[in-house]
Design a protein around this ligand. Structure first.
Ligand code: HEC
Ligand code: HEC
Ligand code: HEC
Ligand code: HEC
Ligand code: HEC
Length: 455
């Protein structure tokens, strides 16, 4: 009996220790449920403009986006048996693309009945996983595990109740919810948690916040929010008062409004009279002007920026494409010149057939990232990337490109123009065709023109 009395307290201690251990685990798992997060429609009643802008943004299409749906369901899921390292690749995708699904333990949500994209969007009335990255997820965030944050290491504060909404307004008062001023909303970490990604092979396949930290912008007090959630005057909610400072919620990125003028192209030479048959050397400077990170950034295996240089007649017709010369001292230069060779794999090279790489005029300088898989092949499957080779433009960098133009002997005398155009595209056409997606439009970033007389 005596000994039993002694045992009981010990077992209680052990039990208590076990329980607290499970509580810690629960905290790690966060154990949320979908209904802890309110639907964006609920917020739209009072925050209509923010809802409208968010509904335009890619955040609202984080899960339902046509490209994400195709890659997640048709490429990722069938490839997870290939290697232990990618056995849970689906969970990571969900962690960033549908955080409330991730927090609710729904790591393999059902395929969306309807997909959308920037050009073809719905009314934003979405439920469960389809909500993507939405109001109540961001506005009930608590903190991040790492600094700088990465790989959806967010800790949510959402509960069953109507939670206090957190942001950075002073003296916010709402009849519907409590408000909490939180400095986290004026910090790049709230973006870094999803915009920095370390893949299963320890490659930083997204490093937008790291790139930003290396730029001049943090020291100037310019945040991701300054550029992507531009400060504006107005009313944060239908009721309440006018404020000098609140924020646009479009989160624009790789679209015309942001990409046009993001970099500039400048001929470094003047051309006057050139006899037919003559050879001239000239240079073009490409300068990143407006990006707070490399250009392009984000889904760097998809995004392309390229420089097309040509000689055009008085009618504006291209008479000669001027290719960039191969640099024999750089073995990677072949990756940085447009090519239509069939060498690009939509999945790991052992799981898919190669498609054309760029689907563009061959011979142009291209700024992008090349992802290689474990067989050294060019892949669009970022979860299989073991090495990145890249030549993207650093913020404010000035890059010089050198060309040689040989005026053809038979070119008629007259007035011509040399035209240099920098273009941007969200994904290569051959990849869009392969996934049966609408081809993404080509956006003109910048152009420069020089006159030239052939005589
Ligand atoms: C990706 C995270 C994210 C999402 C999604 C998001 N917000 Fe915000 N929101 C922010 C951040 C960050 C700020 C503060 C910006 C700053 O201070 O620079 C903010 C600020 C606000 C504010 C305070 C006023 C202002 O504009 O500064 C309101 C109100 C607000 N958001 C409502 C919403 C609503 C409604 C939605 C959905 C339709 C939404 N937010 C979606 C991150 C988000
Ligand atoms: C009944 C109207 C109403 C509804 C519904 C509503 N809000 Fe608000 N919200 C307000 C008002 C009013 C303010 C304060 C505006 C001010 O002070 O300028 C506010 C402020 C905020 C702020 C700023 C908090 C701060 O401290 O900076 C955030 C964030 C926010 N709301 C998010 C949301 C989200 C997310 C939803 C949907 C789940 C939502 N609101 C639903 C009326 C509403
Ligand atoms: C929970 C994860 C998450 C958080 C937090 C987050 N983002 Fe995103 N963001 C994404 C995902 C995922 C996409 C891409 C969705 C898609 O197209 O499928 C995206 C897309 C974007 C885009 C559009 C890029 C393009 O051209 O398509 C911009 C810009 C952006 N985010 C900026 C921000 C900023 C600024 C913040 C911080 C205030 C932030 N994001 C916070 C996950 C997040
Ligand atoms: C000085 C302004 C500025 C700052 C600061 C800035 N950006 Fe951008 N961002 C841009 C511009 C301009 C573009 C369009 C050109 C491009 O696509 O890179 C862009 C594009 C993007 C894109 C889309 C890239 C693509 O091509 O798909 C994402 C995602 C993004 N930014 C996220 C962020 C995040 C996250 C931060 C903070 C860590 C940030 N940005 C800081 C200006 C800025
Ligand atoms: C750490 C967060 C994170 C993880 C993990 C992640 N993504 Fe993303 N994803 C993003 C962000 C942020 C963007 C937006 C970047 C940009 O627009 O340039 C994005 C963009 C995309 C896009 C481009 C969408 C478009 O419309 O152009 C696709 C497709 C995509 N991700 C698929 C996936 C798949 C599949 C997985 C899992 C293997 C995955 N992502 C894992 C954060 C993540």
């Amino acid at each position: 009996m005596r000994s039993l009395k002694r045992i009981i307290p010990i077992s209680i201690i052990i039990l208590a220790a076990l329980t607290s251990a499970t509580i810690i685990n629960k905290k790690e798992d966060q154990n949320k449920q979908y209904q802890y997060f309110e639907n964006p429609m609920k917020c739209s009643g009072c925050h209509w403009d923010r809802f409208d802008r968010w509904n335009t943004s890619q955040h609202s299409k984080g899960f339902t986006g046509d490209f994400f749906q195709a890659q997640y369901f048709d490429m990722v899921l069938p490839s997870m048996g290939f290697d232990d390292k990618v056995a849970k690749a689906n969970e990571d995708c969900i962690g960033c693309h549908s955080p409330s699904a991730f927090l609710s333990g729904d790591r393999l949500p059902e395929r969306s009945l309807e997909t959308d994209n920037h050009w073809n969007r719905g009314d934003g009335n979405k439920t469960r996983a389809d909500r993507g990255i939405f109001c109540d997820f961001c506005h009930t965030l608590d903190r991040f595990r790492n600094d700088p944050a990465f790989n959806h290491d967010y800790i949510s504060h959402a509960t069953e109740e109507v939670d206090a909404k957190r942001a950075d307004l002073e003296f916010a008062w709402s009849p519907y919810h409590e408000s909490q001023t939180t400095e986290m909303f004026e910090d790049a970490n709230i973006c870094a948690t999803c915009h920095n990604e370390l893949n299963p092979y320890d490659v930083w396949v997204k490093a937008t916040e790291h790139e930003y930290q290396e730029s001049v912008y943090p020291s100037r007090g310019i945040l991701c929010q300054t550029c992507h959630m531009q400060p504006m005057a107005g009313k944060p909610a239908k009721m309440g008062f006018q404020r000098k400072l609140n924020h646009d919620h479009w989160f624009g990125g790789g679209f015309a409004e942001f990409v046009e003028g993001a970099a500039g192209v400048y001929f470094q030479n003047e051309f006057e009279q050139v006899p037919a048959g003559e050879e001239i050397d000239f240079s073009i400077m490409v300068k990143a002007l407006a990006t707070g990170h490399n250009f392009p950034t984000g889904s760097v295996e998809e995004r392309d920026v390229w420089l097309h240089v040509s000689l055009n007649n008085a009618k504006g017709e291209e008479v000669l494409h001027i290719p960039v010369p191969l640099n024999p001292s750089d073995p990677n230069d072949k990756y940085f010149i447009t090519s239509n060779e069939k060498i690009a794999y939509p999945n790991h090279s052992e799981l898919s057939e190669a498609i054309e790489r760029d689907g563009l005029t061959e011979g142009d300088r291209i700024y992008h990232s090349v992802f290689l898989d474990s067989k050294g092949e060019y892949t669009y499957a970022q979860w299989f990337c073991v090495e990145e080779i890249e030549n993207r433009l650093r913020p404010l960098e000035e890059r010089m490109e050198n060309y040689t133009l040989r005026i053809p002997e038979n070119l008629p005398d007259g007035q011509y123009t040399l035209i240099a155009v920098l273009y941007y595209r969200r994904m290569p056409d051959p990849h869009a065709d392969f996934l049966k997606l609408e081809r993404r439009p080509v956006i003109e970033v910048s152009r420069d023109v020089r006159g030239l007389t052939v005589h």
